[in-house]
Design a protein around this ligand. Structure first.
Ligand SMILES: O=P(O)(O)OC[C@H]1O[C@](O)(COP(=O)(O)O)[C@@H](O)[C@@H]1O
Length: 418
């Protein structure tokens, strides 16, 4: 079933007008025509940003301030809680982000709200099952993979502040023609863990946002090919350059977790008012936790050092008589969210059939590692810090071990330097 047919179904399900869903994936062709258009140059926009110039987002965990209590209620209609909107405003006032970036993050929150409602009603709106097409990774796309990608792309485009978007579901980064300032670069996995959809088990969305690269301006692209190269270069930035990262969990509740480089905050969607309300201020991943989350079905294909590590977790005598517990949802967002709250480690090692594992650096491993570090945890390939890796391709895969600091360090004691 062609993707636009799936979109039509989503339109019906989401009650959106036909015009609202432009065809995703329009790339460079219109660029030459717009060459003359007086778009602000990426470098100009960067200097206007109150960003910490040239410094990668702080990887140091941010301590919670003395009081994270909600502000006093003004009256009975005062939510008495911090919503995502008011939190973004506070970040702007603090100069951590600017108004244009706040618009981009709000558009991502809107996309997550839409996806939450589509996921919640998938079984009764004919949105379960396959879309009949494969994505660039050779994976059979679920209908909701395609729909979530359209929803995310639409929301980002509608801001006029995103210059380039790159999705797990799109082979190439997309140059956003509608942009008129900010030119932020946004990478995303619109629906992570989609193999869980039809069974109604947790899934999620993952995203990361960068400033446009100064080294390769979109302005100077003479033709479509150069533009595409510049788009790819803009997207392929190391995780330590992230300006923000986050995920949204679609499960027993819908929880949006994000960081703009100054701690990690979680917001739960209140279905009564349709707003994300702060529920997890200054998230800190526990320093250790006796929960490991690996797909042990791949055990025989792992390196010996990873096997030795996993075997060690199961030896009760090593852990005061109580071995580690195994938990695996099969959706990175769900397993990572639990790890952020309870501690422990999630891992997707390389294997003989997939030496770099399964997960994609740009829109899965780097955003999650940014969050882990902001919350006092770690993100490692087993050999190096995920955030230090310079991506060489948009859909590049790397092994991932992420979670509590002491747990990842213990893992690295098996894998590093061997
Ligand atoms: O089924 P496996 O091999 O354990 O893989 C599950 C992992 O793959 C993922 O589903 C990633 O892939 P998708 O983004 O394509 O869903 C992760 O969320 C999850 O942790």
């Amino acid at each position: 079933m062609a993707s636009h047919a799936v979109n039509e179904m989503a339109q019906k399900a989401a009650g959106l007008g036909a015009a609202a869903l432009p065809r995703p994936g329009r790339v460079a062709s219109n660029r030459a025509a717009r060459k003359t258009a007086s778009m602000p140059s990426p470098s100009a926009s960067r200097s206007q940003q109150p960003a910490a110039p040239g410094v990668a987002a702080s990887a140091v965990a941010t301590e919670a301030p003395a009081s994270t209590a909600a502000p006093p209620r003004q009256d009975e209609y005062d939510l008495g809680a911090t919503t995502l909107t008011t939190w973004l405003l506070k970040q702007e006032l603090k100069g951590t982000i600017d108004s244009e970036f706040a618009v981009v993050l709000s558009s991502i929150a809107l996309a997550c709200k839409q996806i939450a409602s589509l996921v919640g009603r998938a079984g009764i709106s004919n949105l379960t099952g396959l879309a009949g097409e494969e994505n660039v990774q050779g994976e059979a796309q679920k209908k909701l993979d395609v729909v979530s990608n359209t929803v995310f792309s639409n929301c980002l485009r509608s801001t006029g502040r995103t210059g380039i978007i790159a999705s797990e579901e799109e082979e190439f980064p997309v140059f956003v023609e509608e942009t008129f300032s900010g030119n932020y670069v946004v990478v995303f996995d619109p629906l992570d863990g989609s193999s869980n959809i039809d069974a109604g088990i947790s899934v999620g969305s993952i995203f990361g946002a960068y400033l446009p690269s100064e080294e390769c301006s979109l302005e100077d692209a003479e033709d479509g090919e150069t533009l595409m190269n510049n788009c790819v270069l803009n997207v392929c930035q190391p995780g330590k350059m992230l300006k923000a990262a986050g995920y949204c969990l679609y499960s027993t509740s819908t929880v949006l977790v994000l960081s703009v480089g100054d701690g990690v905050f979680g917001f739960t969607l209140d279905p009564l008012i349709g707003e994300f309300v702060m529920s997890h201020p200054y998230m800190q991943v526990p320093e250790s936790g006796k929960i490991y989350s690996f797909n042990e079905g791949n055990y025989d294909m792992w390196d010996d050092d990873v096997k030795a590590y996993i075997d060690s977790l199961k030896k009760p005598e090593k852990w005061e008589g109580k071995p580690y517990s195994s938990r695996y949802i099969g959706a990175l967002v769900g397993d990572f969210h639990r790890t952020m709250l309870y501690g422990g480690i999630y891992g997707y090692p390389g294997a003989t059939n997939a030496p770099n594992g399964k997960l994609r650096l740009l829109y899965e491993c780097a955003p999650m590692s940014f969050l882990a570090e902001q919350a006092g945890g770690m993100g490692s390939t087993g050999k190096e810090r995920v955030l230090d890796i310079d991506p060489t391709a948009v859909h590049q895969r790397v092994p991932l071990f992420i979670g509590s600091k002491k747990e990842v360090e213990y893992l690295e004691s098996f894998t590093k330097g061997k």
